[in-house]
Design a protein around this ligand. Structure first.
Ligand code: SF4
Length: 262
């Protein structure tokens, strides 16, 4: 189908551009139970059959006590497909959900990160793939620029802090419109997380803003992604990149404070 061709082209382009996957890699896909990571898994399984480099793919899911539906249909779906999948009930996260039900995302993410590395290590993986999409990159960029005063989004490829794993986000060029339609086409069972029902007002506002911009420019997301890859640092305000040799160079670090009165 055309949709699959588009998905594979965009995923392959990201993998090649950022050298995400290399000869002999064992890639563990972090399956959250949502549409994006399921799409990613399928794309990597298909690409593994036709890529010029040899790599293997496995998948895992970390249970943190937040799933709203039983995991069994997903388990059956993956078994039918012959996917090597590990379901890991993370005891510290499950305790956290009971003992501190109001905990925030920072704590939850920290627990998840530790569990993710533990599972990936057990699977003998050297690469961990996450399902962040083009939408996530654009939203993250706008959120950071508008709410924290930083021009940054997510790294398409990076290393875990001890450099044990390469962390990759091969769906950087794939929009959620594609993952939504592709998962429907697959007929894959989704296992939503309770948090996805919570109202994140900032995220909602940014999504609405992007939606409005897209009515004027249907390529707004592509433009934002291109902007992230085409920094014109001499036309921005960071002094580290400006030629100030004849003037007072001021403090070494050329960044403005996070909030500046204009
Ligand atoms: S949204 Fe929920 S699952 Fe996601 S990091 Fe926050 S608390 Fe954890």
């Amino acid at each position: 189908m055309d949709l699959e061709k588009i998905l594979l082209r965009k995923t392959g382009e990201a993998i090649a551009r950022y050298r995400m996957i290399r000869e002999g890699d064992r890639v563990a896909v972090a399956l959250s139970g949502g549409k994006d990571s399921l799409t990613l898994l399928e794309a990597l399984l298909l690409l593994a059959k036709r890529a010029p480099v040899e790599f293997s793919v496995c998948a895992f899911t970390v249970e943190q006590g937040k799933f709203l539906r039983p995991i069994e249909p997903l388990a059956a779906y993956l078994k039918d497909k012959g996917v090597a999948w590990t379901y890991y009930r993370d005891a510290p996260s499950l305790r956290l959900a009971v003992e501190q039900p109001g905990h925030g995302c920072d704590l939850c993410s920290r627990y998840r990160r530790r569990a993710v590395y533990e599972v990936a290590r057990g699977l003998g993986a050297n690469v961990i793939a996450f399902g962040h999409t083009a939408d996530d990159f654009c939203e993250s960029f706008l959120r950071n620029a508008l709410f924290t005063g930083r021009a940054s989004a997510l790294p398409p490829v990076t290393r875990s802090s001890d450099r044990e794993f390469r962390l990759i986000r091969p769906l950087v060029f794939v929009t959620e419109d594609i993952t939504r339609r592709y998962v429907e086409h697959l007929g894959a069972p989704l296992v939503p997380c309770g948090c996805s029902q919570r109202a994140d007002t900032v995220r909602k506002a940014i999504r609405e803003l992007l939606g409005q911009l897209e009515t004027r420019n249907p390529f707004a997301k592509q433009c934002l992604l291109s902007a992230m890859a085409n920094l014109d640092v001499k036309r921005l305000l960071d002094k580290r990149f400006l030629d100030l040799k004849d003037g007072d160079s001021g403090p070494e670090d050329g960044r403005l404070p996070i909030v500046t009165e204009l």
